[in-house]
Structure formats: structure tokens, C-alpha cells
Design a protein around this ligand. Structure first.
Ligand code: BGC
Length: 760
């Protein structure tokens, strides 16, 4: 992984950096706690703070929502304008468009007493106009450059439309395919999530030194802090009970790496963490984030998250909620208004301190300076990007195809032969323009819907007769259209069945208790299979699915996820072999819902699975492994991964702690007939440790492209951060212990080839 320069918000405005040094992203997770030095307050900020009334200070900590894509002046927006005019507002979310954002900014800058500019935030999660594949799909590329391209395009489109700040990237590791928000993250692995989190932050904020005030960049937000992905049963917003070691090994690493990459803000999460809501959790927000890690940005609450401390049973009322959240480390309140309402009284009663209030305000102002908002509060209305550029579309198409995973391909059913004279496209998503995925904006989605598979297939196979039959709707029990789909399949050389989940079935508040194909879609596949004619299945979905018995009869299955703007073209590129698929699963696909949790990086039990012994950890009615394992993904060509070589067989724990490393090298060869990509993956397993370790954990991956017959040596460098782990000490203890470690290298988490390393 690339070397990270630690950029600080302070240096961005000419202040003194709190902490410096250079860390590698991989090493970031183990940087030891540096006691926090108080952030020096920039003289500009100090001067401004001295002039502010308590109400104005509280105002800077308030973020209010604007109605999406409406202009100023409406009834909903009048309150926002009044607050801006009165200097009682720091930020607005859900506003975009150069004109409307300028109009509101003008009120704050030209009509409020101190003229402090507003910061505008928006959930640009995988694109504004140019919708890239959903984040989970991006993770499946096992190529962080994919997410960097999304972030770079998103930053430009957003900034020129008045958006300064995106609530992204989401870096919630999760073992819950039922959870709808699995679509928004990178799946079940902290290491993979970390790599993507870093690339996305760099893509949004820039790493070319031009700074946050450049019109190409926006501030990022690491969310949701923390352990939101642990929601019990996958039900959104649900309880999370987590040990300190699980917290630090599993949920925190992406956040730490994002901080080291300079992320400007962090968002608190909706869940409790071992009984204490994240919005009132001083252990995570203050002890870890600010004191241990020296975070220099600010923490924004999630939507209404401060007021929800009451529903959590943690705060008595709004005043109590405001006090608990501010004192725990929340700096800005999104949507609810408890701090603005009760702050003055809390201050007068000594329940919150002036020092803490000033600290929070200074953090917000610091980002406004770093973004250059005091100097350039407005955007150039003639400069606003109002549609995807040809270059952005190209990036969306390439990244979508790069994110697809070939789950199954018996008898080389894919790619579709050029000689195919007739092709049937069937299924509810075959002619759908609703393949953008979760988190798009009504305005944007309407203006730039996704490309359709049917149209793209026609364009890719101009000499073939292409027919379409929907068969069934995405939901509901009506199977009346199946006979027409069957008739189309019978007449075709090959049928492409496009099935999946509507985008609204994943994302926030979209948990499912049954994660199979909804409605009559399985029946449709079975009916097509029963024709005995060649067919392939394309899945468009936002989470792992349970694929059911239809899988046996389907010769080929391509996981396309929700591919975004260029969905149709990207799917056709892969179906016809213009792109050879090389993605891998960033999540395990369970066999049934009852098998959940079903993740590759589980801990060892005292009775690991054995087929011959009933008294081992298993279900009586299921094999022990998932349907498709983490890291699984096929190609139209074949690869051979050689035996891994260690640069040495033993290394001392002491040397590792001091920065020593070893190299693992392995050769990979394309043994097939076409060029293609393989993702070489490296996993470690600490055989015996003072805290039971995952049976495997990913510690390296490299996506390589090889021409037929060519080979390459892939090298991984491993150090303390790869072999050690965080203990349960609340103050943070990272340990590298002596003993044996197995190092597995292969093309999925089920890789069988290993080498043993001894740590002395
Ligand atoms: C979500 C956040 C999002 C916020 C603002 C919340 O409901 O949890 O991820 O950034 O809304 O739209």
C-alpha cells in the first residue's frame, strides 16, 4: 500500500500540526497512543471566537436539512434561511446546485452579523451525476483505484455545485448480509475496508497538495463511528455489544487509517456500543478519537442522533441529550436542535463548559478555513458541472465492469459466443433503468438513470436478434409473464436472465429477514432452466443473496451488484467478453439465512467443525462452508498460483515491534487462452494467542493483469501490524506474541497453500 503523508487540517490553514510523522496505511492501525496536546487555536479562529456570542457559537454547531433540489424561499427552507441570517447556523445538508447554494450562502455571508460562511454537506456516496457502482461492488474489484476514481469524479461534480462536504466513505465492517447498509460499505473484512477507506478519502480530499480549498476537492466524513455494522440480527439501528478487542481489531482500523489519510470529519453512529450510545460515548469519541489518535477535525452527529439519546434510554430530555453528546465529543448536531435550544442554559448552569463549546466551534471553523470558505464562499455558477462528462461515464463503465464477480461458469457458458444469432433477455431488471443502487438523489436519478441491459446487449450484438420478456416483476406473486419468457428462451441461442433486488431493498433502513431473490424471480429462473436451452444469470443486488436451488441448474452466474449509471454497458462488456471479469467477493454468501453469521474471519472454537464428529460446531442440516466464500471469483481464463516463499522462516517479535518486516513472494501464471485478472490474496492465522484469533485474516491482496502464458511474481511485505492484535485493554494495547503463524496465499479465503512462520 502506498505511503501516506499525514496531512493536517491545521497545516492547511497555516497553523502548527499536532502530530506529524509518516505512517503506512497498513501500519496506521498500530500507531501507539500519543497523549493529546491541546490543539493550538489559529489566531484567525481565536479572533473570531472572541467576537461571537454564545448563540452564535451554538449556531456554528447546528446543521439543518434543506429540502432536496428545491430552491430557497419555500416553507421548509424559510427556517433555514432565518437561522442563517441570525448567525445561528453552521451547516446545511441536502442542498446542491450552484445557484441555490450560493443564494443561501449569500444570506449567511452578507446578512448575518459576523458573515461566517455555511458549510454544505450531502451524501454523495457513489456519485452525484455520474453514479458509480455501489460501494460494496467497488470493494469487489479488490482495486482501491476504483473507489479513488469515483471519489475524484464525485468531488468535482459536487464542489462545482456548491457541496463542500460528503458524508462518505462509510467504513462499517459487517458480518450481517441482512443489514441493508452492507451495500454502502466494503463488506466483512477490516483490511479490505481500510484500503478502500483510505483511497476514497484521498480521492475526495486530494493528495496532490492542492488542498481542500481547491475546486476539485471536498471534505470527507468517516462514518459511522463506530461498530454500526455489528447491529444484532442485521436490523438497522440495533444494539451492538462488543468487546474492546473486537472493537479495536475489527471496527476501528479503517477509521484510524482514514484519520491518518487526513479525513476532515467523522460521523457518530446510531447504535449503542456495549450499552452506551455512540453519540454519548466518550470512550470512543474522546478517549480514542481525540486523545489517543489526535483527531484534528470535527465529529458530526448522525441525523437526529443527539435527540435519539432520549429514545435510547440514555438521556432524560433534550437538554440532557445535548449535554451528554457535547461532553462525549460530538461537535455538530445534524437535524435535531437540542444543543442550539438548551446550550445557553447548560452553559449558565455549568453543565457544559465554555472551553468545550469553544473547542467544538474552533474545530468547525477550522474546516471552513481549510475549505477556503472565508475567502471564496460562493461557487462560479457558470462552472457548475451539470451532467456526467464522457470521461466520467467511461470511468463509471470501467469500474462497474471491474467490480463484477463471476460466481459460476460451468462449461464456459460465458462469455456469450460472437456467433450467437438470437439472444433473449428476460427478467425484471433486463429492461430496467433502475440499477443505480442505494443513495442517489431524486433529481439526479431522474436525469441520469442507469443504462439498460437490453439496449446494451442489442448494441453489443448488432447481428443477433434480441428479444425481451420480463417474466415476473421484481416483487409480488404474479407469475403470469413466465410463459412468454419461456417462449423467448426456447427460440434463442442463449438467454440472459437479469434478476435481483430493487435498489430500495438495500441501504439505510432496508434490512431483510429473507435475502433470497424476491417475488417470483426464482420461479422464473427455474422455468428458463426447464427449457434445457443455454442460459446465464446476471444478479443485480445490494447485498449477498442466498441463491437457493436454482443455482444448480444455472450454468453461469455473474454478480453485477447495482452497477450505477453505465450498468447496461458494463454488464454487456462482461457478458460478451470485452472485459474479462476479475472481481472477488468482499462478503461471504451464506447458504441460508439460518447460517448467518457466516464470515470467513470468524474465531476458532474449542470444537472446530468435523464431518465425523457430531459434537463439533455446525448445523445438522448444512455443510460448514458458505455458498460462495469471501475472496471467491472466477475468470474467463485460468490462473495458477505457485507456492509462497517467505524471505525467512522466523523473525523476532521484538524486531517486528521495532519495524522489521519480511517478504512473502508468490508467482501467478495465466494458464488459459485470454488475458485476464487474478487477485492474489494473503491471509494469516496466529495458531495460538492470548486472545483467540480469527481462523484467517486478510493481510494482503494484489490484482494483477496477465496476458495468456505470462506470469508475475507478487510480493507482500508483512510487519507487526499483520501479526499482532489489540487486546481488551481499554487504554489500547497492541501485542505481537511469540509462536507459530500460518500464512496462506491463494485466490480466495479458502486458499489451501500455506507456509509457517515462527515468531520468536
Ligand atoms: C444516515 C447517514 C447520512 C445522514 C444524512 C442518516 O440517516 O445514517 O449515513 O449521512 O442520514 O443524510
Amino acid at each position: 500500500m502506498r505511503e501516506l503523508r499525514r496531512r493536517t487540517l491545521l497545516s492547511a490553514i497555516g497553523g502548527t500540526a499536532v502530530a506529524g510523522g509518516s505512517l503506512t496505511a497498513a501500519g496506521a492501525g498500530i500507531a501507539r497512543a500519543a497523549p493529546q496536546r491541546p490543539s493550538p487555536v489559529d489566531p484567525n479562529i481565536k479572533k473570531l471566537l472572541d467576537r461571537m456570542t454564545v448563540e452564535e457559537k451554538l449556531g456554528q454547531l447546528q446543521q439543518l436539512p434543506w429540502a432536496v433540489s428545491t430552491g430557497p424561499g419555500g416553507s421548509e427552507t424559510k427556517d433555514v434561511e432565518d437561522a442563517a441570517r441570525a448567525g445561528r447556523l453552521g451547516s446545511v445538508l441536502n442542498i446542491f446546485g450552484a445557484k441555490s447554494s450560493n443564494a443561501l450562502q449569500r444570506i449567511a455571508v452578507e446578512e448575518s452579523r459576523l458573515g461566517i460562511p455555511l458549510i454544505f454537506g450531502l451524501d454523495v456516496i457513489h456519485g452525484l451525476w455520474t453514479t458509480f457502482p455501489i460501494p460494496l461492488a467497488q470493494a469487489a474489484s479488490f482495486d482501491p483505484e476504483v473507489t479513488r476514481r469515483d471519489a475524484e469524479v464525485s468531488a468535482k461534480e459536487s464542489r462545482t455545485n456548491g457541496v463542500h462536504w460528503t458524508f462518505s466513505p462509510m467504513m462499517d465492517v459487517t458480518h450481517e448480509p441482512r443489514w441493508g447498509r452492507v451495500a454502502e460499505g466494503c463488506g466483512e473484512d477490516p483490511y479490505l475496508t481500510t484500503a478502500f477507506a483510505v483511497a476514497k478519502v484521498e480521492g475526495y480530499q486530494g493528495e496532490d497538495g492542492s488542498g481542500l480549498d481547491s475546486k476539485d476537492h471536498i471534505a470527507a466524513c468517516a462514518k459511522h463511528f463506530v461498530a454500526y455494522g455489528g447491529a444484532e440480527g442485521g436490523r438497522d439501528y440495533n444494539t451492538v455489544d462488543v468487546s474492546e478487542s473486537r472493537l479495536r481489531n475489527h471496527y476501528l482500523p479503517p477509521f484510524k487509517a482514514a484519520l491518518d489519510a487526513g479525513v476532515a470529519t467523522v460521523m457518530a453512529s446510531f447504535n449503542t456500543i456495549s450499552g452506551v450510545p455512540a453519540h454519548g460515548n466518550s470512550h470512543t469519541l474522546t478517549d480514542i478519537l481525540y486523545k489517543e489518535w489526535g483527531f484534528e477535525g470535527f465529529v458530526v452527529s448522525d441525523w437526529n442522533g443527539v435527540d435519539e439519546l432520549i429514545a435510547h434510554g440514555f438521556a432524560e430530555d433534550g437538554a440532557d441529550a445535548a449535554r451528554l453528546a457535547l461532553n462525549a465529543g460530538v461537535d455538530m448536531e445534524m437535524a435535531s436542535t437540542d444543543l442550539a435550544k438548551h446550550g445557553k442554559k447548560l452553559l449558565n448552569g455549568g453543565r457544559i463548559s465554555e472551553r468545550r463549546l469553544d473547542q467544538a466551534v474552533a474545530r468547525v471553523l477550522r474546516l471552513k478555513y481549510a475549505l477556503g470558505l472565508f475567502e471564496h464562499p460562493y461557487v462560479d455558477e457558470d462552472d457548475a458541472i451539470d451532467k456526467p462528462s464522457a470521461e466520467a461515464r467511461k470511468a463509471a463503465r470501467e469500474t462497474a465492469a471491474r467490480s463484477m464477480v463471476l460466481l459460476k461458469n460451468d462449461g464456459k457458458a460465458l462469455p456469450i459466443e460472437k456467433s450467437a444469432r438470437s439472444i433473449a433477455v428476460v427478467g425484471p431488471f433486463g429492461d430496467s433503468d433502475d440499477l443505480l443502487g442505494t443513495w442517489t438523489f431524486p433529481g439526479a436519478a431522474k436525469k441520469f438513470p442507469s443504462g439498460k441491459v437490453l439496449a446494451a446487449v442489442k448494441a453489443a450484438a448488432p447481428h443477433a436478434k434480441v428479444t425481451y420478456a420480463k417474466g415476473v416483476n421484481a416483487e409480488g406473486t404474479d407469475t403470469g409473464g413466465i410463459p412468454a419468457a419461456v417462449a423467448a428462451a426456447k427460440k434463442a441461442d442463449v438467454t440472459v436472465v437479469v434478476v435481483g433486488e430493487p435498489p430500495a431493498m438495500s441501504g439505510e433502513a432496508a434490512a431483510r429477514s429473507d435475502i433470497s431473490l424476491p417475488g417470483g424471480q426464482e420461479k422464473l429462473i427455474e422455468a428458463i432452466a426447464a427449457t434445457g436451452r443455454p442460459f446465464v444469470v446476471v444478479l443485480v443486488n445490494g447485498r449477498p443473496l442466498t441463491v437457493g436451488s436454482w443455482l444448480k441448474s444455472a450454468p453461469a452466474v455473474l454478480e453485477a451488484w447495482h452497477p450505477g449509471l453505465e450498468a447496461g454497458n458494463a454488464i454487456a462488456d462482461v457478458l460478451f467478453g470485452k472485459v474479462n471479469p476479475g472481481g472477488k467477493l468482499p462478503v461471504s454468501f451464506p447458504r441460508t439465512v439460518g447460517q448467518i453469521p457466516c464470515h470467513y474471519n470468524h474465531e476458532s472454537t474449542g470444537r472446530p467443525y468435523s464431518a465425523d464428529n457430531k459434537y463439533t460446531s455446525k448445523y445438522l442440516d448444512l455443510p460448514p462452508d458458505p455458498q460462495f466464500a469471501f475472496g471467491h471469483g472466477l475468470s474467463y481464463t485460468d490462473f495458477e498460483i505457485g507456492e509462497p516463499k517467505l524471505s525467512r522462516e522466523s523473525v523476532s517479535a521484538r524486531a517486528l515491534r521495532k519495524g522489521d518486516t519480511l517478504e512473502v513472494s508468490v508467482s501467478v501464471r495465466n494458464t488459459g487462452r485470454r488475458a485476464g485478472d487474478e487477485v492474489v490474496q494473503l491471509y494469516v492465522h496466529d495458531i495460538a494467542a492470548s486472545i483467540a484469533q480469527p481462523v484467517r485474516k486478510l493481510r494482503g491482496f494484489r490484482r494483477v493483469t496477465l496476458e495468456p502464458g505470462r506470469s508475475k511474481t507478487v510480493r507482500f511485505r508483512l510487519g507487526a501490524e499483520d501479526f499482532g492484535f489489540w487486546t481488551n485493554a481499554e487504554s489500547g494495547e497492541f501485542r505481537v506474541e511469540e509462536g507459530a503463524v500460518d500464512i496462506y496465499v491463494g485466490n480466495s479465503s479458502e486458499a489451501g497453500t500455506k507456509r509457517r512462520l515462527t515468531i520468536t
